[in-house]
Design a binder for this molecule. Structure first.
Ligand SMILES: Nc1ncnc2c1ncn2[C@@H]1O[C@H](COP(=O)(O)OP(=O)(O)OP(=O)(O)O)[C@@H](O)[C@H]1O
Ligand SMILES: [Mg+2]
Length: 241
């Protein structure tokens, strides 16, 4: 079976800094896959390369079997890839509903977009309750749900989440991950980046450990949880210090 996303030998540099080196990774349709790793491991860079925000110097990225490396963000979104960046940027002055309409701009069919927004309000009842409030007044967890809902409005085949639990209390993080499980049950494939390895290992079918720009360990999350090599792979040396 052709993976939904297939990355091989990927290298990204920022000037003289090598952020990714020889990275290989795949995501099958229907999976939740996690990438975990410490500060500066290259996690955001990897998602940015898939989205078309940074340009790799080597390697290949295929989506549904077609090469997408070097394509700009607008093209990757149209192909069905959505990225929820670090830091849950909402348009704080716009209402919750207006934020969602921004997410639907890619849709040509406005009636369908409106119907989708109504459907998302059902999946995210808290967003429905607060639909007329400025998004800036939502809590961190609610804002995270809003940016995920907004990304879902482009109807992606692959949803990429960059550190969705960052700065959230454990209970709120539970809610965000319950949402991820719900989306997966609806057929969405998810690639999630986390510093919170514990959380990622619980949420994902498979996990890759990235450290100093390289994949150090990969496998089914259940196996990695008990793997004595996990800590060394995660915390190990590299040249990041
Ligand atoms: N725009 C940039 N210009 C120069 N160097 C960068 C840039 N973005 C990232 N880097 C460097 O590339 C490496 C990987 O960074 P990246 O942000 O991908 O890591 P990360 O795993 O997402 O880290 P964090 O957990 O802190 O978000 C780091 O050494 C970082 O300093
Ligand atoms: Mg990052």
């Amino acid at each position: 079976m052709t993976p939904l996303l297939d990355i091989r030998d990927l290298a990204v540099r920022y000037g003289r800094i090598t952020a990714l080196d020889g990275v290989g990774l795949h995501v099958d349709a229907g999976e939740v896959v996690a990438i975990v790793g410490p500060n500066g491991a290259g996690k955001t860079t990897l998602l940015s390369a898939v989205a078309g925000i940074v340009r790799p110097v080597a390697g290949s990225i295929a989506f549904r079997g077609e090469p997408i490396l070097g394509q700009p963000l607008e093209r990757t979104v149209r192909r069905g890839i959505a990225l929820v960046p670090e830091g849950r940027r909402v348009f704080g002055g716009l209402t919750v509903e207006e934020n969602l309409r921004v997410g639907a701009v890619i849709r040509r069919d406005r009636a369908a977009a409106a119907a989708e927004i109504a459907r998302f309000m059902e999946i995210f009842p808290i967003l429905h309750e607060r639909r007329n409030e400025p998004a800036g007044r939502l809590s961190g967890g609610e804002q995270q749900m809003l940016v995920i809902a907004r990304a879902m409005l482009s109807d992606p085949a692959l949803l990429m989440l960059d550190e969705p639990s960052l700065g959230l209390a454990p209970k709120v993080t539970d809610q965000v991950y319950a949402l991820v499980a719900d989306l997966r049950a609806r057929g969405v494939t998810v690639l999630v980046v986390e510093q919170n390895a514990d959380r990622a290992l619980r949420a994902a079918d498979r996990t890759y450990v990235l450290n100093a720009g390289r994949v150090r360990l990969a496998g089914p999350s259940a196996a990695l949880r008990d793997d004595p090599a996990f800590e060394a792979a995660y915390f190990g040396m590299g040249d990041a210090a």
